[in-house]
Ligand binder design. Structure first.
Ligand SMILES: [Zn+2]
Length: 150
């Protein structure tokens, strides 16, 4: 795809956040990871689907989205007319990009959604690398669970 614009906000559905929390608990203490598929319109990233992948780094302090899984996901996404609008991962600490994340954010300047697991409360934030800096991206959570029949 073409260069990704500066994204002002990412719209997630309630169920996406619930699935992220479930995945984080499932793989704990490893970092959970996955990709967020949807549409850019044009300074908003609208999530349609979150697809979790294996953490190929097998680590509690960093993550690597499994390359083969990512390839399959991106081929399917293209068939379905979806873009990879975001990358999701969890932190054993807070939902702030780490020094390890920064170079990968630069290579993949989509919206990075991070879920911190240190707090009892839901700690979720989004960021984007743009123009040589990390910018916060507002997260809007829409409740569409009823609409999809759940
Ligand atoms: Zn990280």
């Amino acid at each position: 795809m073409l260069a990704i614009p500066k994204i002002r906000k990412i719209v997630l559905r309630n169920e996406h956040v619930r699935m992220m929390l479930e995945e984080v608990h499932r793989v704990y203490p490893q970092e959970a990871c996955g990709v967020i598929l949807g549409q850019f319109e044009p300074d908003i990233a609208r999530a349609q689907e979150v697809v979790f992948t294996r953490n190929a780094a097998d680590s509690s302090v960093r993550f690597v989205v499994d390359a083969e899984e990512l390839y399959r996901i991106l081929v399917r996404a293209e068939d379905e007319g979806k873009d990879m609008v975001g990358i999701f991962h969890s932190h054993p600490t807070t939902a702030v990009p780490s020094g390890v994340d920064q170079p990968f954010m630069e290579i993949n300047p989509v919206v990075w959604v991070i879920l911190g697991t240190l707090s009892e409360k839901i700690d979720i934030s989004a960021y984007q690398w743009f123009d040589n800096a990390i910018y916060p991206v507002e997260i809007v959570i829409e409740n569409l669970e009823e609409d999809i029949g759940k």
